[in-house]
Write a protein that binds this ligand. Structure first.
Ligand SMILES: CC(C)(COP(=O)(O)OP(=O)(O)OC[C@H]1O[C@@H](n2cnc3c(N)ncnc32)[C@H](O)[C@@H]1OP(=O)(O)O)[C@@H](O)C(=O)NCCC(=O)NCCS
Length: 181
Protein backbone atom coordinates (compact mmCIF):
# COMPACT_ATOMS: atom_id res chain seq x y z
CA UNK A 1 0.00 0.00 0.00
CA UNK A 2 1.20 3.48 -0.90
CA UNK A 3 0.31 6.35 1.42
CA UNK A 4 1.46 9.61 2.95
CA UNK A 5 1.68 9.56 6.73
CA UNK A 6 2.41 12.28 9.24
CA UNK A 7 5.93 12.72 10.63
CA UNK A 8 7.03 10.92 13.78
CA UNK A 9 10.05 11.71 15.95
CA UNK A 10 11.74 8.50 14.82
CA UNK A 11 11.83 9.88 11.24
CA UNK A 12 14.29 12.62 12.17
CA UNK A 13 17.64 10.88 11.53
CA UNK A 14 16.55 9.22 8.32
CA UNK A 15 15.28 12.49 6.84
CA UNK A 16 18.67 14.12 7.55
CA UNK A 17 20.35 11.21 5.77
CA UNK A 18 17.98 11.58 2.81
CA UNK A 19 18.44 15.36 2.58
CA UNK A 20 22.20 14.85 2.29
CA UNK A 21 21.98 12.03 -0.25
CA UNK A 22 23.39 13.03 -3.62
CA UNK A 23 20.33 11.76 -5.52
CA UNK A 24 18.17 14.19 -3.52
CA UNK A 25 20.52 17.12 -2.89
CA UNK A 26 21.38 17.46 -6.58
CA UNK A 27 17.80 18.64 -7.20
CA UNK A 28 17.62 21.02 -4.22
CA UNK A 29 18.46 24.70 -4.33
CA UNK A 30 20.84 24.43 -1.38
CA UNK A 31 24.22 22.90 -2.03
CA UNK A 32 25.83 22.57 1.38
CA UNK A 33 25.82 19.49 3.59
CA UNK A 34 22.95 19.97 6.04
CA UNK A 35 24.28 19.78 9.61
CA UNK A 36 22.57 18.00 12.49
CA UNK A 37 21.85 21.28 14.30
CA UNK A 38 20.37 22.82 11.15
CA UNK A 39 18.23 19.72 10.66
CA UNK A 40 17.14 19.77 14.32
CA UNK A 41 15.63 23.23 13.82
CA UNK A 42 14.02 22.25 10.50
CA UNK A 43 12.56 19.05 11.96
CA UNK A 44 11.23 20.64 15.13
CA UNK A 45 9.36 23.19 12.95
CA UNK A 46 8.28 20.49 10.49
CA UNK A 47 6.73 18.18 13.05
CA UNK A 48 4.72 21.12 14.44
CA UNK A 49 3.67 22.20 10.91
CA UNK A 50 5.35 25.56 11.49
CA UNK A 51 7.05 25.67 8.08
CA UNK A 52 4.34 23.94 6.06
CA UNK A 53 3.04 20.36 6.09
CA UNK A 54 5.27 17.32 5.67
CA UNK A 55 4.57 13.62 5.24
CA UNK A 56 6.61 10.46 4.93
CA UNK A 57 5.89 8.54 1.72
CA UNK A 58 5.35 4.94 2.78
CA UNK A 59 5.19 1.98 0.39
CA UNK A 60 4.29 -1.43 1.79
CA UNK A 61 5.45 -0.26 5.21
CA UNK A 62 8.81 1.13 4.02
CA UNK A 63 9.61 4.83 4.26
CA UNK A 64 10.66 5.88 0.76
CA UNK A 65 10.57 9.66 0.76
CA UNK A 66 9.31 12.98 1.97
CA UNK A 67 6.43 15.06 0.60
CA UNK A 68 5.82 18.69 1.57
CA UNK A 69 3.54 21.66 1.15
CA UNK A 70 5.24 24.96 1.87
CA UNK A 71 4.94 28.70 1.18
CA UNK A 72 1.28 28.72 2.17
CA UNK A 73 0.01 32.15 1.24
CA UNK A 74 -3.57 32.61 2.44
CA UNK A 75 -3.97 36.15 1.16
CA UNK A 76 -3.06 35.18 -2.39
CA UNK A 77 -4.62 31.73 -2.11
CA UNK A 78 -1.64 29.65 -3.16
CA UNK A 79 1.01 27.22 -1.88
CA UNK A 80 3.98 25.21 -3.17
CA UNK A 81 4.59 21.47 -3.28
CA UNK A 82 7.80 19.47 -3.19
CA UNK A 83 8.85 15.90 -2.67
CA UNK A 84 11.60 13.34 -3.18
CA UNK A 85 11.76 9.59 -3.30
CA UNK A 86 14.57 7.25 -2.25
CA UNK A 87 15.12 3.57 -3.04
CA UNK A 88 11.96 3.18 -5.05
CA UNK A 89 11.05 1.57 -8.33
CA UNK A 90 10.87 4.37 -10.91
CA UNK A 91 8.21 4.71 -13.60
CA UNK A 92 5.50 2.80 -11.80
CA UNK A 93 3.42 5.80 -10.82
CA UNK A 94 4.70 6.47 -7.30
CA UNK A 95 5.78 10.04 -8.13
CA UNK A 96 2.39 10.69 -9.72
CA UNK A 97 0.62 9.38 -6.61
CA UNK A 98 2.65 11.70 -4.34
CA UNK A 99 2.09 14.77 -6.49
CA UNK A 100 -1.61 13.92 -6.91
CA UNK A 101 -1.98 13.56 -3.12
CA UNK A 102 -0.22 16.86 -2.39
CA UNK A 103 -2.23 18.83 -4.94
CA UNK A 104 -5.56 17.29 -4.01
CA UNK A 105 -4.92 17.82 -0.28
CA UNK A 106 -3.98 21.47 -0.92
CA UNK A 107 -7.18 22.21 -2.81
CA UNK A 108 -9.39 20.31 -0.36
CA UNK A 109 -7.83 21.11 2.99
CA UNK A 110 -6.27 24.53 2.46
CA UNK A 111 -9.08 25.58 0.16
CA UNK A 112 -6.69 27.56 -2.01
CA UNK A 113 -6.84 28.53 -5.67
CA UNK A 114 -3.39 27.68 -7.03
CA UNK A 115 -0.68 25.08 -6.37
CA UNK A 116 2.85 25.94 -7.50
CA UNK A 117 5.99 23.93 -8.12
CA UNK A 118 9.45 25.17 -9.03
CA UNK A 119 12.41 23.13 -10.16
CA UNK A 120 15.93 23.36 -11.50
CA UNK A 121 15.47 23.20 -15.27
CA UNK A 122 17.69 20.12 -15.63
CA UNK A 123 15.26 18.11 -13.46
CA UNK A 124 13.47 16.77 -16.52
CA UNK A 125 11.70 13.88 -14.78
CA UNK A 126 9.68 16.05 -12.41
CA UNK A 127 8.96 18.70 -15.05
CA UNK A 128 7.58 16.00 -17.38
CA UNK A 129 5.58 14.46 -14.53
CA UNK A 130 4.13 17.88 -13.63
CA UNK A 131 3.09 18.51 -17.24
CA UNK A 132 1.53 15.07 -17.45
CA UNK A 133 -0.74 15.77 -14.49
CA UNK A 134 -1.79 19.18 -15.76
CA UNK A 135 0.61 21.79 -14.39
CA UNK A 136 1.52 24.58 -16.81
CA UNK A 137 4.83 26.35 -17.07
CA UNK A 138 4.31 29.98 -16.19
CA UNK A 139 7.88 31.13 -15.75
CA UNK A 140 11.40 30.35 -16.85
CA UNK A 141 14.04 32.10 -14.78
CA UNK A 142 17.40 32.13 -16.52
CA UNK A 143 20.62 31.64 -14.51
CA UNK A 144 18.59 31.97 -11.35
CA UNK A 145 20.12 29.66 -8.74
CA UNK A 146 23.81 29.15 -8.07
CA UNK A 147 24.46 25.45 -7.65
CA UNK A 148 28.01 24.27 -7.07
CA UNK A 149 29.36 27.41 -8.74
CA UNK A 150 27.12 27.16 -11.82
CA UNK A 151 24.10 29.43 -12.34
CA UNK A 152 21.17 27.17 -13.16
CA UNK A 153 17.86 27.97 -14.88
CA UNK A 154 14.62 27.43 -12.96
CA UNK A 155 11.19 26.36 -14.27
CA UNK A 156 8.11 27.68 -12.44
CA UNK A 157 4.89 25.70 -12.85
CA UNK A 158 1.41 25.76 -11.40
CA UNK A 159 -2.10 24.41 -11.57
CA UNK A 160 -5.32 26.27 -10.80
CA UNK A 161 -8.28 24.81 -8.96
CA UNK A 162 -10.48 24.85 -12.10
CA UNK A 163 -7.77 22.99 -14.07
CA UNK A 164 -7.40 20.40 -11.30
CA UNK A 165 -11.15 19.77 -11.27
CA UNK A 166 -10.87 19.01 -15.00
CA UNK A 167 -7.75 16.80 -14.86
CA UNK A 168 -8.21 14.95 -11.61
CA UNK A 169 -10.35 12.08 -12.90
CA UNK A 170 -7.79 11.15 -15.59
CA UNK A 171 -4.99 11.01 -13.00
CA UNK A 172 -7.13 8.88 -10.70
CA UNK A 173 -7.80 6.49 -13.60
CA UNK A 174 -4.02 6.28 -14.28
CA UNK A 175 -3.33 5.53 -10.59
CA UNK A 176 -6.13 2.96 -10.37
CA UNK A 177 -4.74 1.26 -13.46
CA UNK A 178 -1.39 0.96 -11.60
CA UNK A 179 -3.14 -0.30 -8.43
CA UNK A 180 -1.96 2.76 -6.52
CA UNK A 181 -5.37 4.18 -5.68
C1 LIG B 1 10.84 12.67 -10.53
C2 LIG B 1 10.38 11.44 -9.81
C3 LIG B 1 9.66 11.88 -8.60
C4 LIG B 1 9.46 10.61 -10.72
O1 LIG B 1 8.92 9.54 -9.94
P1 LIG B 1 8.33 8.24 -10.64
O2 LIG B 1 7.62 7.44 -9.60
O3 LIG B 1 9.37 7.53 -11.42
O4 LIG B 1 7.26 8.89 -11.63
P2 LIG B 1 5.99 8.21 -12.32
O5 LIG B 1 6.19 6.76 -12.52
O6 LIG B 1 4.77 8.65 -11.59
O7 LIG B 1 6.03 8.93 -13.74
C5 LIG B 1 4.99 9.75 -14.22
C6 LIG B 1 5.47 10.41 -15.49
O8 LIG B 1 6.53 11.32 -15.24
C7 LIG B 1 7.43 11.31 -16.33
N1 LIG B 1 8.75 10.81 -15.89
C8 LIG B 1 9.04 10.12 -14.77
N2 LIG B 1 10.36 9.85 -14.71
C9 LIG B 1 10.90 10.38 -15.82
C10 LIG B 1 12.21 10.45 -16.33
N3 LIG B 1 13.26 9.90 -15.67
N4 LIG B 1 12.42 11.10 -17.49
C11 LIG B 1 11.38 11.68 -18.16
N5 LIG B 1 10.11 11.63 -17.73
C12 LIG B 1 9.87 11.00 -16.58
C13 LIG B 1 6.82 10.38 -17.37
O9 LIG B 1 5.96 11.14 -18.20
C14 LIG B 1 6.03 9.43 -16.49
O10 LIG B 1 4.99 8.78 -17.15
P3 LIG B 1 5.28 7.43 -17.98
O11 LIG B 1 6.18 6.55 -17.11
O12 LIG B 1 3.89 6.86 -18.18
O13 LIG B 1 5.96 7.87 -19.21
C15 LIG B 1 11.54 10.54 -9.40
O14 LIG B 1 12.28 10.26 -10.53
C16 LIG B 1 12.43 11.10 -8.32
O15 LIG B 1 12.12 11.03 -7.16
N6 LIG B 1 13.58 11.65 -8.68
C17 LIG B 1 14.57 12.08 -7.73
C18 LIG B 1 14.17 13.18 -6.81
C19 LIG B 1 13.34 14.24 -7.48
O16 LIG B 1 13.63 14.73 -8.54
N7 LIG B 1 12.28 14.65 -6.82
C20 LIG B 1 11.52 15.75 -7.23
C21 LIG B 1 12.34 16.89 -6.78
S1 LIG B 1 11.70 18.36 -7.12
Amino acid sequence: MLRLRTLKLKDKPKILKWRNTKDVSKFMYSEHKITKSEHDIWFSNAIKNKNGYHWIVEFNGDSIGLASITDIDEKNSRCSTGFYLIDFEPRRGIGTFVKYSLIDWSFNELNINKVCSEHLAFNEAIITLNRKIGLSQEGYFRQHISKNGILQDVVYMSILREEWDENKRDIEAFLKDKNLL
